[in-house]
Design a protein around this ligand. Structure first.
Ligand code: HEC
Ligand code: HEC
Length: 387
């Protein structure tokens, strides 16, 4: 036990002993550790060994064009961009519109920093950015497409034909394996999306300044004091929104009202991911056999070991750029950051309005209005500059 920790422990005992309600100074050594990994100078998304085109500039250029091409949809009116709009790469409504005016079931996440994600979709039913793309392409509600439609679109444009052929060594017309064609299109779409990063925000500068103030013993005077303290201590936000990307890359049941068909979240996603031909352990991965497959058996073991924890569980999203992507949560039910903070302050929605069991961290918080405001200000400071 370090001196610092010993001192805090002794202090806590003294406080307990006197029945005094005042608390340990913020941050304790553990809290300091959590704070010190929240900010990082911009780092590129980790290389994805399952997509050898992931950081290829020609692949990203082709991916960019395809991302905006409505011709990839069967109805001819819906591109990726239609549901991932503007600077935020999402929509301002709870759900988005696909082929024939159909509505998606869930709120489209922003695609900013999506290359840093470990799992994709709110329920984690894709384990790689490139394979994720197959889902909206083939979803009847979204682009309602398939390899025949996609191949025809590629073949119709000489620029597509030459870019595709240069990258993959086969012309799209000769790519007889439709699954291979879809995986390749996913890989170039991923290369483009991996460039949509915004990581450096006022929040990072605030955390760095705060850490220096802790060193100097002047943190209580720092403007970020109350926000960071509430985020780390009373709000427990950092339990899940941790590390550089402000996410634990895990799934939790917050007790968010949901009566939709997909309300069971991760519980209905694990098996489909594990048996999916496009997963990272499958034929279309560029990683040597087995190398990258370790995450899937781990996922299976987790899901089987604690079946209760996956029902109604959704992925912890990054909080970076969160001010840009209202409305919030997988349902899009919370319209503003103030509403999100109220949701947490209430300890989630009432029992009976969601499936499964609410995770133990989500409890009534009794935040003061200053603490709530400080949290909202903190969340708003997480918007990064474009790069
Ligand atoms: C009709 C609207 C719509 C279209 C078209 C669409 N998306 Fe999405 N996108 C969504 C919704 C809704 C989700 C969340 C779905 C879920 O989690 O169940 C999503 C999720 C994603 C995610 C996961 C992000 C994350 O953080 O988990 C990525 C990446 C993505 N879309 C990329 C694309 C690409 C690439 C295309 C084109 C091939 C595309 N989208 C087309 C609506 C759309
Ligand atoms: C138990 C883990 C956990 C804790 C603790 C937690 N969150 Fe979350 N957070 C999540 C998950 C999971 C979601 C997505 C839930 C869903 O849509 O069903 C989420 C969603 C959000 C969103 C919406 C993001 C978006 O893009 O829609 C915000 C904002 C947010 N949390 C902020 C906070 C704040 C502030 C706190 C502390 C008061 C906090 N979270 C505490 C796990 C957690």
């Amino acid at each position: 036990m370090s001196l610092f920790r010993l001192r805090t422990a002794v202090l806590a005992l003294v406080l307990l002993g006197t029945g005094c309600e005042s608390e340990a100074p913020f941050p304790t050594e553990d809290e300091l550790e959590q704070l010190s990994i929240l900010h990082t100078p911009s780092v590129k998304p980790e290389v994805d060994p399952t997509n050898k085109f992931g950081d290829n500039a020609s692949a990203a250029a082709l991916g960019h064009r395809l991302f905006e091409d409505k011709g990839l949809s069967r109805c001819g009116t819906v591109s990726c961009r239609d549901c991932h709009q503007g600077d935020s790469y999402t929509v301002e409504t709870a759900t988005a519109e696909g082929c024939g005016g159909q509505r998606t079931e869930r709120n489209p996440p922003s695609l900013l920093n999506t290359g840093y994600n470990r799992w994709f979709m709110w329920d984690g039913r894709a384990d790689r950015l490139w394979s994720q793309a197959v889902l909206p392409l083939t979803n009847p509600v979204e682009m309602d497409s398939d390899a025949v439609v996609v191949r025809a679109r590629l073949v119709a444009d000489p620029a597509y034909v030459s870019a595709y052929t240069q990258l993959f060594g086969t012309a799209p017309a000769d790519e007889s394996d439709g699954d291979r064609l879809m995986a390749n299109v996913g890989k170039v779409l991923a290369a483009y999306q991996r460039t949509l990063n915004r990581t450096d925000s006022p929040f990072d500068a605030d955390v760095r300044r705060f850490l220096a103030a802790v060193e100097a013993g002047t943190q209580e005077k720092d403007p970020a004091y109350l926000g960071l303290k509430t985020f780390v201590r009373k709000g427990q936000c950092v339990v899940c929104h941790k590390g550089r990307m402000l996410t634990d890359d895990k799934f939790h049941n917050l007790g968010l009202k949901d009566a939709g068909a997909g309300k069971r979240g991760q519980a209905d996603a694990v098996d489909s991911l594990l048996s999916w031909k496009f997963n990272a352990a499958g034929l279309f991965s560029d990683a040597p056999t087995g190398l990258d497959a370790a995450r899937l058996p781990t996922l299976r073991a987790q899901a089987q070991g604690k079946p209760d924890e996956v029902v109604g569980a959704f992925r912890t999203p990054t909080l970076r750029n969160v001010a840009m992507s209202a409305p919030y949560m997988h349902t899009g039910a919370e319209k503003t950051l103030e509403e999100v903070v109220d949701f947490y302050n209430e300890g989630g929605d009432p029992d009976g309005t969601f499936p499964g069991v609410r995770t133990v961290t989500i409890v009534k918080l009794d935040l003061s209005s200053e603490e709530k405001q400080a949290l909202v200000t903190l969340l708003k400071s997480m918007t990064g500059a474009p790069r």
